[in-house]
Design a protein around this ligand. Structure first.
Ligand SMILES: Cc1ncc(COP(=O)(O)OP(=O)(O)O)c(N)n1
Ligand SMILES: Cc1nc(C(=O)O)sc1CCOP(=O)(O)O
Ligand SMILES: [Mg+2]
Length: 207
């Protein structure tokens, strides 16, 4: 499946609980979300595989790719479109070998040093963050700010998506970095109307 990073939803089971995960994701997709990442730090692999299979069937109708956070076994077993890994989540060489050429593989990058070490042959896109501090990921690295983000975007050999503390209030500012898109959790999962919120994000883009 092709990759359009413009508005990238990362799910959070607690933040999606009230409306339901699938209802939240599909509302956001109807509003224009272009990629969905299933992220759940507490579910068992079996629970996550079942959730991923249900989401994949729904997202296929919209040709929106489903990416799995961290867990290669879940990506393989569910037939998801790809995997997102952090700096300490595993080896891009192994991920590419096991998932195959068509899989979409993302890597988190926080520093210029990490950027220089990116395996461009095996990675499709980079998640750059956090732009701002966020309670959604309490163990996040030091915030980049717009200046730090812009420096990483300009030096990146791959398409990028910015993440961390991004909201409707700062989306326009984050897009000035030149990033290919925005990845958000709470600004969509906790929105009163995720479809409307997604539309409002996209309305602020310069492209
Ligand atoms: C699009 C995107 N970018 C960055 C991350 C963060 O990944 P990681 O550093 O591995 O942290 P966890 O999400 O695993 O807590 C991401 N998930 N998605
Ligand atoms: C999953 C994740 N990764 C980050 C990183 O910096 O790599 S920040 C983050 C959580 C982003 O949540 P919110 O949009 O609610 O701020
Ligand atoms: Mg990770």
């Amino acid at each position: 499946m092709s990759l359009d990073l413009s508005l990238y939803l990362v799910t959070d089971p607690a933040l999606c609980a009230q409306r339901g995960l699938e209802a939240t994701v599909m509302a956001a997709v109807r509003g224009g979300v272009s990629v969905v990442q299933l992220r759940d730090k507490h579910a068992s692999d079996e629970e996550m595989i079942a959730q991923a299979i249900r989401l994949k069937a729904l997202l296929d109708e919209y040709e929106v790719p489903l990416i799995i956070n961290d867990r290669i076994e879940v990506a393989l077993a569910s037939g998801a479109d790809g995997l997102h890994i952090g700096q300490s989540d595993g080896d891009p060489v192994e991920a590419r070998r096991r998932l195959g050429e068509d899989a979409l593989i993302g890597l988190s990058v926080q520093t210029l040093e990490q950027l220089k070490a990116v395996d461009v042959e095996r990675i499709d896109y980079l998640g750059l963050g956090p732009v701002y501090a966020t309670p959604t990921k309490p163990d996040h690295a030091a915030p980049l700010g717009i200046e730090g983000l812009t420096q990483l975007v300009r030096s990146s050999p791959l398409p990028t998506v910015a993440i961390g503390g991004i909201s409707l209030a700062n989306a326009g500012e984050v897009m000035t970095s030149g990033t290919d898109g925005l990845a958000v959790v709470s600004a969509l999962c906790s929105a009163e109307d995720p479809a409307e919120a997604a539309q409002q994000f996209l309305a602020q883009y310069p492209f």
